[in-house]
Design a protein around this ligand. Structure first.
Ligand SMILES: CC/C=C\C/C=C\C/C=C\CC/C=C/CC(=O)SCCNC(=O)CCNC(=O)[C@H](O)C(C)(C)COP(=O)(O)OP(=O)(O)OC[C@H]1O[C@@H](n2cnc3c(N)ncnc32)[C@H](O)[C@@H]1OP(=O)(O)O
Length: 289
């Protein structure tokens, strides 16, 4: 209930802000953790995640992301979105580990419902989505990129991308796995999921996790030029084609959303899984020295 009220408030506040900030035909609206600007080719919005330090997808961040996407979907002048990050060196650290550790089952269920919601919206969006991956992109960060129609990644070997859940002692759910298989094929996905592989940009390009790798200072211009190419395709034929390619994967979650929430909640509540997450969080802390 509280979340629904927050959602209504944010939608309302966002639209007021959107009107107030209109300058020279460029418009912007912002929640705390997501900034949306319309700039560049007509009909294109740039959506920037800004949840420092690492753009982890906290419940608040997921909610604001979903609302921003909903607003763009409802704006018939917007045909494409470039998804990127405002946090230097990080695209997104994925799901927020602190939402999955040391909480109660009701919280886990609420969190997972919101993860599902964002995924369904992104994966089935009618808009053209291009990701400009300008930093590290593990697990849920990779998931965001995989939802896009095209992925451009910065050529910086410090940045890695992949579904690394197994390294944390957790398991990517079937719909993460399905999308990975759809993108890189069964054999590569099987290996990468078991090993929790985080690919360098060059490796990610080789296996098909990303479509293009460009020098870091060209990620945004390349994403824009890719977008221009995709905008040249009639919307109706592109959208019907996208739907044909993605519907079965989305439907398999839609059919069992409740069961998937139950599965996640009971899995993540297990003592052994909580222990694994604790160890992983400690490792992240120790890395700092
Ligand atoms: C048969 C199947 C049965 C059941 C299955 C059912 C359901 C499935 C169950 C579970 C699936 C759950 C799916 C989860 C997907 C995810 O996305 S899990 C998250 C994975 N993310 C990561 O592994 C990233 C971890 N982070 C990093 O590697 C680095 O932080 C990163 C490279 C992103 C940045 O490095 P750096 O710039 O050096 O920053 P720090 O490491 O110093 O981090 C800064 C602070 O941020 C904290 N932090 C980092 N990542 C996260 C995160 N994901 N969530 C929350 N917080 C994070 C980090 O601890 C530092 O905090 P501090 O400053 O120390 O307080």
């Amino acid at each position: 209930m509280a979340l629904a009220a927050a959602r209504r408030l944010l939608l309302h506040a966002g639209s007021r802000l959107g009107r107030r900030e209109a300058v020279d035909g460029a418009r912007r609206f912002a929640n705390k953790r997501v900034l949306v600007e319309t700039e560049g080719p007509a009909g294109v919005a740039v959506m920037k995640l800004r949840n420092p330090p690492v753009n982890s997808l906290s419940l608040e961040c997921l909610t604001e992301f979903t609302i921003s996407l909903e607003k763009l979907e409802n704006d018939k002048s917007i045909r494409g979105v470039i998804l990127t990050s405002e946090c230097p060196g990080i695209f997104s650290a994925g799901l927020d580990l602190l939402e999955m550790y040391g909480r109660n089952p009701a919280h886990y269920a609420e969190y997972w419902k919101n993860v599902q919601e964002l995924w369904l919206r992104l994966y089935t969006s009618n808009m053209i989505l291009v990701s400009a991956i300008n930093g590290a992109s593990p697990a849920g960060g990779c998931l965001l990129a995989l939802c896009c129609d095209y992925r451009v990644m910065a050529d910086n070997p410090k940045y890695t991308i992949g579904l690394n859940e197994s390294l944390l002692g957790i398991v990517a759910p079937f719909w993460f796995k399905d999308m990975y298989v759809n993108t890189i094929g069964h054999r590569e996905a099987e290996r990468a999921l078991q090993l929790g592989t985080l690919f360098s940009p060059a490796e990610a390009l080789k296996v098909g996790v990303v479509d293009e790798v460009v020098p870091e200072d060209q990620v945004h211009s390349k994403a824009r030029s890719v977008m221009t190419k995709w905008l040249a395709i009639p919307d109706h034929s592109r959208q019907l084609t996208k739907n044909m390619m993605r519907k079965a994967t989305a439907d398999s979650l839609i059919k069992q959303r409740e069961a998937d929430i139950q599965n996640f909640t009971s899995f993540i509540s297990k003592d052994s899984i909580q222990k694994s997450l604790h160890m992983y969080l400690e490792k992240l802390k120790q890395k700092k020295g």
